[in-house]
Design a protein around this ligand. Structure first.
Ligand code: NDP
Ligand code: BG6
Length: 471
């Protein structure tokens, strides 16, 4: 752990992410009494302090309509604005003066700005002598491919050591995603069967019903592979597949994730299908002839004693039937003997479904005897909604901002892991192949079934249903 921070500097305070995620998260931290430091926005926009406070206020009210006025007031009282161009030395001097005014010695510099600006801001901080008194939080995407991620990292490392670079992947801040680690390693009934001897396949679906929501220019420069597959989804694969960490430190967790990702083969493009929803080309900011994918489905293969031969099917898409993020672990079929004799069908395979998005929770799909004379079985779900069982949890950005202020890197992406994930998707970037059209409101292009070796994608399961006796 590093020393706690005594100030939060927010670059990009006028931007979309600040509005949608960061101010609402700061509000919730303030409401719970967990925010204790000044928050200094930095903006090139010609805003006054009052404009800035009004903007923060409006962002909070939009996200949390019933927000408590007292908590908003105390958050607004923490805000300061440094206004100026990044190319102007006076901006950095004003920032330094503002930090001095708050007697800040250790601050968090949160870069909620376009990634192309990360090097500019990091080196300007160093130029002003501000790099020695804080750590940086950098947003995703971290690079556009392996080479650019390495180059960005070299630049950041020239002014901040690795332990003071916190790379955000907000999936790592989700309770439901972190639960994969706890669920796997605190339930000893799972570990003996969590391997190639019992698991037939693993599927991971990140389905969004929304489109690109006015972010056309950004999205068209990335696509689904860079936007979510390289980061969020490979992080989830790592948590599903890694070995147990040998201890509780951030390093132990990151080491195991790095190991399993380094055992993951670079994508074979024959096992990838890209899609684009009809109408994408009409979105503002999208090139009229764009071949950028809004959908991707792939098969990952992990060359380890635990997983060799078990396919990890992963798909992500926008404009799909419904929104859901779900990992499904499918176990092998039981032997038929008992059911042969009775003439019944082979029981369906057991599934463990982790719902990672809204309605997060877990469902075990098991087999139980169908009432009647015969020894037949049918699916029964044993399911839990975590919010109902455990109470409401914090949003990812609240947890990550808190961690950054505390100096805890556990839920951030270490550079070797980021580089491994770029290595894994690099063939798809070099050789993207065709992009298949699909209609909005469907599950993506039919071609995505081709990578499944005759199987089908599991439909997301929806929230847990209360178990009731049938009439
Ligand atoms: P915006 O395009 O809204 O930009 C954020 C702010 O950065 C702007 O308000 C602007 O502030 C400043 N800025 C924009 N362009 C430049 C430039 N060329 N030079 C200097 N400053 C510039 O971005 P977002 O808020 O959407 O994203 C910020 C970061 O968060 C990005 O890394 C993005 O990938 C990441 N992210 C965003 C998500 C989202 O939903 N928006 C989701 C996940 C990650 P000003 O000019 O006032 O200084
Ligand atoms: C972001 C992507 O990182 O994650 C977006 O840039 C995507 O395109 C979002 O919509 C999804 O996050 P969540 O938390 O809603 O699953």
């Amino acid at each position: 752990m590093q020393p706690g921070a005594d100030a939060l500097v927010l670059f990009g305070a006028t931007g979309d992410l600040a509005k949608k995620k960061i101010f609402p998260a700061l509000y919730n931290l303030e409401r719970r009494g967990e925010l204790t430091v000044p928050v200094i926005g930095v903006a090139r926009s010609d805003w006054s302090d009052d404009d800035f406070r009004q903007h923060a206020h409006d962002s909070i009210i939009t996200a949390v309509p019933n927000a408590a006025a007292s908590a908003i007031e105390s958050l607004l009282a923490r805000l300061d604005l440094v206004q100026g161009d990044y190319a102007d030395g006076a901006t950095w001097q004003t920032l330094k003066d503002t930090l001095d005014k708050h007697n800040s010695e250790t601050c968090v510099y949160y870069m909620a700005i376009p990634p192309s600006m990360f090097p500019t801001v990091a080196t300007a901080l160093a130029g002003a002598g501000l790099n020695d008194r804080g750590r940086i939080v950098v947003e995703k995407p971290f690079g556009r491919d392996l080479a650019s991620a390495e180059a960005l990292n070299d630049t950041l490392h020239s002014v901040f050591p690795e332990e003071r670079i916190f790379r955000i992947d907000h999936y790592l801040g989700k309770e439901s995603v972190e639960d994969l680690l706890v669920f796997r390693f605190s339930n000893s009934l799972l570990e003996p069967v969590w391997n190639r001897n019992y698991v037939r396949s693993v599927q991971l679906t990140m389905a969004e019903s929304i489109g690109i929501e006015g972010r056309g220019a950004f999205y068209d420069s990335v696509g689904a592979i860079r936007d979510v597959l390289q980061n969020h989804l490979l992080q989830v694969v790592a948590l599903l597949a890694m070995e147990p960490p040998v201890g509780p430190d951030s390093k132990h967790l990151q080491d195991e994730k790095a190991k399993v990702l380094s055992a993951t083969r670079a994508l074979d493009c024959d096992h990838m299908v890209r899609g684009q929803f009809t109408g994408y080309l009409d979105e503002p900011g999208v090139a009229p002839d764009s071949t950028v994918e809004t959908y991707v489905a792939v098969k990952f293969e992990i060359d380890s004693w635990r997983w060799a031969g078990v396919p990890f099917y992963v798909r992500a898409g926008k404009g799909l039937t419904s929104g859901a993020t779900e990992a499904v672990v499918e176990f092998d079929s039981p032997p038929r003997m008992l059911f042969d004799e009775s003439g019944g069908a082979t029981p369906n395979r057991n599934l463990v479904r982790f719902r990672l998005g809204s309605n997060d929770g877990v469902t075990f799909t098991l087999q139980a005897k169908t009432p009647g004379e015969d020894l037949d079985s049918e699916d029964v779900d044993v399911s839990v909604d975590f919010a109902a069982a455990l109470g409401e949890r914090q949003e990812a950005y609240e947890r990550l901002i808190n961690d950054a202020l505390d100096g805890n890197p556990r839920r951030f992406a270490r550079i070797d892991i980021v580089e491994e994930t770029w290595r894994i998707v690099q063939p798809a970037l070099d050789n993207p192949g065709p992009v298949y059209p699909y209609e909005r409101g469907t599950w993506g292009p039919a071609e995505s079934e081709q990578i499944l070796n005759g199987d089908s994608w599991f439909l997301p399961s929806g929230p847990a249903k209360p178990t009731t006796l049938q009439e």
